[in-house]
Design a protein around this ligand. Structure first.
Ligand code: SF4
Ligand code: SF4
Length: 444
């Protein structure tokens, strides 16, 4: 049986077609309300985005779901986890940084209508160990405690690319975003194998390093949280015994245009599989009926929201998806992106991609379907889905359904004006002045 995925396209010409109104409708059509019993604590997992990232979810996309969770009697909180360092200037490595980044992007209690709670504590050490008996690579992972302890969880993803996992949707929102720091080290395969041949460790091309002759060498040395890197005139030395695979040195070297530290080519597909394992770990904490998914396929940048910048989206905004199946919703997002035309000036256009091409494979070099197939093998859901397109029709009954007030605000003003003190009292009737006919076409 294919899984049901509900889809509302982006774009609107009236109240009922607002993406917010559509999100609220999809929440019920996909039966995400059934995840919540009155009194349940509901973790709403989002990616709050890196400092200076400009393609993250708009807070209203999440606030509208918070409102519905409350109507269901749930006690929602919005959550995200701390990062590894990833690069030397990462903002979200601790609780203060994650909150400041969240607030800067507009995710705060005032805008959302609920608390914002870092999932894994002050420096990412507060977690719950989870076994993954059927894991393909990983057999355990560590989930942020705030997520693990919730009664229900809603995974609200931003669909976008990722240079390591190719695509980031709902699977990544759990498989990386739901993990504490040690969960992330595990998911990144730092613990897998022996340092001499471990696939997760930095791939060193020492001959490409000019040592202290490299203008980035100070940053390179300072960028390792484990002090595993020493730079000298002869080049650099990496102490694999100290390395925990935080990505900081690879990113510093690669993103500054150097080529001395990188990854094995086969790291990328394995990283996707491990990410699906770790997402399985999150699901192992919940009964299936307590987990629901939404994905905003808008601002589909080629890289992840963990980047401190945003490339042009690769496709125009597509819309919003909702489902009870994590594999189906991510498969639908990837398929819709592949089917879409290129966004002008984007990397997809530079590459000359056509509708139907595997866009993330072209942009990020590995097909994102690896994570989908792995997740399917892990019993997390199905890549077979039935897409039900939902295009609300404006009616007198639904016109105000999702507005700030459900009855016309004009009626409220009418009531207040009747009480007196109206700004126009004493001014009306307006003193009319003759209207001189002018030729507006002079300005056209
Ligand atoms: S950034 Fe790369 S090339 Fe420069 S010092 Fe570090 S490892 Fe060497
Ligand atoms: S050596 Fe290891 S711990 Fe240090 S910056 Fe590189 S990946 Fe991170």
């Amino acid at each position: 049986m294919p899984s049901k995925v509900y889809f509302s396209p982006a774009g609107a010409t009236n109240w009922a077609e607002s993406l917010i109104a559509k999100a609220k409708e999809l929440f019920y059509l996909a039966e995400l309300d059934k995840c919540i019993k009155p009194g349940d604590t509901v973790a709403i997992k989002v990616h709050v985005g890196e400092w200076n990232r400009t393609a993250v979810l708009r807070p209203e996309y999440v606030a509208c779901i918070v409102e519905e969770v409350k109507k269901c009697g749930g006690k929602p909180f919005v959550t995200d986890s701390t990062t590894l360092t990833y690069h030397a200037f990462n903002s979200r490595f601790d609780e203060i940084g994650i909150l400041k980044s969240a607030y800067r992007h507009g995710f705060n209690p005032n805008s959302l209508g609920c608390p914002v709670v870092p999932a894994d504590g002050y420096i990412g050490h507060d977690d719950v160990r989870v076994e993954i008996p059927n894991g393909i690579i990983l057999k355990e992972t560590y989930v942020g405690r705030a997520i693990a302890c919730a009664d229900a969880v809603l995974n609200i993803a931003h669909a976008k690319g990722h240079p390591i996992t190719s695509f980031g949707g709902c699977i990544k929102n759990f498989g990386i975003g739901g993990q504490s720091k040690r969960g992330k080290y595990t998911t990144h395969l730092a613990m897998w194998g022996d340092p001499a041949d471990a696939i997760g460790y930095p791939l060193v091309n020492a001959q490409n390093c000019a040592g202290t002759g490299c203008k980035w060498h100070k940053l390179c040395e300072d960028g390792c949280p484990e002090s595993a890197i020493t730079i000298s005139e002869k080049g650099f030395k990496l102490d694999f015994g100290k390395c925990r695979l935080c990505y900081s040195c690879q990113v510093t070297c690669l993103f500054t245009g150097e080529t001395a530290i990188g990854f094995r080519d086969d790291y990328f597909p394995y990283a996707q599989i491990a990410m699906s394992d770790a997402a399985r770990g999150v699901l192992n904490l919940f009964a299936p009926e307590k987990v629901g998914y939404m994905a905003y396929v808008v601002d589909v940048a080629p890289e992840c929201d963990c980047f401190p910048w945003a490339g042009l989206p690769i496709v125009p905004d597509i819309g919003i998806l909702a489902s009870k199946d994590i594999v189906a919703i991510d498969t639908a997002a990837v398929d819709l992106i592949d089917a879409a035309p290129n966004y002008p000036g984007s990397r997809a256009e530079e590459l000359g991609l056509k509708p139907g091409d595997d866009k993330f494979k072209a942009v990020n070099l590995v097909t994102p379907r690896i994570q989908l197939r792995a997740a399917e093998r892990l019993g997390m859901g199905s890549m077979q889905y039935e897409l039900e397109k939902v295009e609300p029709v404006l009616t007198p009954e639904n016109i105000g359904k999702h507005q700030y007030l459900q009855e016309p605000s004009t009626l409220t003003l009418r009531k207040w004006y009747k009480k007196g003190g109206h700004v126009l009292d004493g001014v009306l009737p307006f003193k009319r002045i003759p209207f001189e006919q002018r030729n507006w076409q002079e300005f056209a």
